[in-house]
Design a protein around this ligand. Sequence first.
Ligand code: ATP
Ligand code: MN
Length: 145
Amino acid sequence: MFAKILYPTDFSDVAVKALDYIKRLKDSGLREVVVLHVIDLRGMDSVRRLLGEGEFETLKKNKKEETEKLLNGVTQELAEAGLKVKLRVETGIPVREILRVEKEENVSALVIGSHGMSNLQEILLGSVSEKVTRKSKNPVLLIKR
Ligand code: ATP
Ligand code: MN
């Protein structure tokens, strides 16, 4: 039923935990995983002003390299489990990009963490998972922390 899914990740503990469930979905017919990371530029203007242009460029470069390393790790793990992987890196507002890629890639389900990098103890759901779950037309498998 879920041959192609979208897996948005911010590389947080909860998002990484989702990988175990994705691998197990292979037994239910999963073949392809679209792995999506959204580079969140919100709040970056103030960082840019604080650091200055030179240091900001270095920060961006380091961030890009780190992201590539993390994405390679995810790809390897899923490929070793026998799944086809498609990587997508987008820049913008996470919720908007996740919903856009969901349509563009024509997936039949999403696997997302209940929380992400903030992971505040008293918060029921992260803002990204809350909005994506509410707005997506597809079934969403919400992985708990
Ligand atoms: P908040 O961001 O509202 O402070 P949070 O960081 O704890 O809270 P979310 O950001 O909603 O929680 O993260 C929930 C899940 O959404 C993550 O586990 C991940 O699957 C996905 N996600 C969050 N941010 C991104 C991103 N930038 N790119 C891709 N997926 C993301
Ligand atoms: Mn977050």
